[in-house]
Design a protein around this ligand. Structure first.
Ligand code: SF4
Ligand code: SF4
Length: 93
């Protein structure tokens, strides 16, 4: 599999919680038009927020969906893992 390495800031949390401190709630936006369905974000998310769609898009990719946004902790692990820089994260609501 070939992974693109488009460079841009992977995540913008706006906050940097103290280690071991409470994590702020967060939310994400997935640019599904550039998602390639690699599933890295699904595997990275500790809260089970993201799943792959069960229907392919026009290009044949099973793209990522945020299915449990209320559980998002704003940790930005998903955005850091995404090779397409398709995810943006906001800490806090
Ligand atoms: S920011 Fe963290 S908790 Fe929220 S969807 Fe991404 S990996 Fe999951
Ligand atoms: S890591 Fe990025 S490209 Fe891969 S499934 Fe998630 S949003 Fe799509």
């Amino acid at each position: 599999m070939t992974l693109k390495t488009r460079r841009k800031p992977a995540a913008r949390t706006g906050q940097n919680p103290m280690p071991g401190g409470p994590k702020p709630a967060g939310k994400i936006a997935i640019r599904r038009e550039i998602c390639k369905g690699c599933k890295y974000c699904v595997l990275a998310c500790p809260k089970g927020v993201i799943e792959l769609d069960d229907k392919p898009d026009a290009s044949g990719f099973l793209t990522a969906l945020a299915v449990r946004m209320d559980a998002c902790a704003g940790c930005a692990l998903c955005a850091r893992m995404c090779p397409e820089s398709a995810i943006e994260v906001w800490a806090g609501r």
